[in-house]
Design a protein around this ligand. Structure first.
Ligand code: UDP
Length: 321
């Protein structure tokens, strides 16, 4: 039995990972300050004997002395653009940078393998398409997305320096847009917005002309990639792109959601936020080769599962929207 610490464990991805790790018989220490995470996401495992929750902000040092940690998934960070572009901007950079240092120190102390959830945002507005890991990106260091993009880039550099100079066993993945159950209905991302808007009969808000593209990965596929990366051969650090290479315009996504949900919602167009990337699609050759991984769930199927989830949450977001 492994003891696995997950930061950001009550968030969208973190909670899905914690549930899977508990179901596979591991001990899980879930760490979160619940700024954007929600205890309801881990309700089903909260009282499991192998599950432990620590309310903690990883910007502060964390000491776990009573048990030996084997693996750390460092996932804590506000990830929804409205959150990190709003009141959480400075907190986002701090969480990326101080959080990485604190978790790398913890990994060093315990001799644990540590996985960093980096992001496709390190590529910024990409000039290479699809994006390969060797592409160094095109990030505006002064823009409204920079706290997240540069924070995550700095975290990657810290991971590689701790690996080179301190011998820490690191793994780095770059996550592309992911969706599925446990997304916060109010976090402002496109999949949750469109589904919640359609379910509650509100206008579907496309930012810009809707021709920008994203590649959407269903959460179960992503969690599988994370676990494979964590347990990959020693010395293989990545970075590895993890995402679904199926690329859709935001307009196509809106049409799919409207077709699936029906209802009275109409599509409206709003201003495109600055520095919003025009196109994004992962090249996943490395993940296929090194991890034997590729996504299995197509967008239509994943949307059906996600719509079913949000239907169970409808009372919560109707109040808030
Ligand atoms: N978007 C949109 N309507 C919304 C929310 C987002 O058109 O209600 C657009 C957003 O401008 C971006 C894309 O959808 O081009 C993906 O946005 P999201 O916030 O989900 O993730 P990002 O890839 O920007 O981090």
């Amino acid at each position: 039995m492994k003891t696995i610490l997950v930061t950001g464990g009550t968030g969208f991805l973190g909670s899905n990972l914690c549930i899977r790790l508990i179901n596979e018989g591991n001990r899980v220490i879930c760490v979160d300050n619940n700024y954007t995470g929600r205890m309801s996401n881990v309700e089903s495992i909260l009282h499991h004997p192998n599950f432990r929750f620590i309310e903690h902000d990883i910007c502060e040092l964390l000491d776990v002395n009573d048990e030996k940690i084997d693996q750390i998934y460092n996932m804590a960070c506000p990830a929804s653009p409205p959150a990190y572009q709003g009141s959480y901007s400075i907190k986002t950079t701090k969480t990326c940078v101080f959080g990485a240092i604190n978790m790398l120190e913890l990994a060093k102390k315990h001799g644990a393998t540590i996985l960093q959830t980096s992001t496709s945002e390190v590529y910024g507005e990409p000039l290479v398409h699809p994006q390969v890991e060797s592409y160094r990106g095109n990030v505006n260091p002064d823009g409204i997305r920079a706290c997240y993009d540069e924070g995550k880039r700095c975290a990657e550099s810290l991971f590689f320096d701790y690996h080179r100079h301190e011998g820490v066993d690191i793994k780095v993945i770059r996550i592309f847009n992911t969706y599925g159950p446990n997304m916060d209905p109010n976090d402002g991302r496109v999949v949750s917005n469109f589904i919640c808007q359609a379910l509650s009969g509100q206008d579907i808000t496309i930012y810009g002309d809707g021709h920008q593209t994203r590649s959407f990965c269903y959460v179960d596929d992503l969690i599988e990639a994370m676990i494979r990366m964590m347990n990959s051969e020693k010395g293989f650090t990545g970075p590895v792109n993890t995402g679904n290479p199926g690329e859709f315009t935001i307009k196509e996504l809106a049409e799919m959601v409207v077709e699936k949900i029906g209802g009275t919602s109409k599509v409206v167009y709003k201003d495109l936020p600055s520095d919003d990337p025009t196109q994004r699609r992962p090249d996943i050759t490395l993940a296929k080769t090194k991890l034997g991984w590729e996504p299995k769930i197509k967008l239509g199927e994943g949307l059906d599962k996600t719509i079913a989830y949000f239907k169970t949450q409808i009372n919560k977001f109707k109040k808030a929207m």
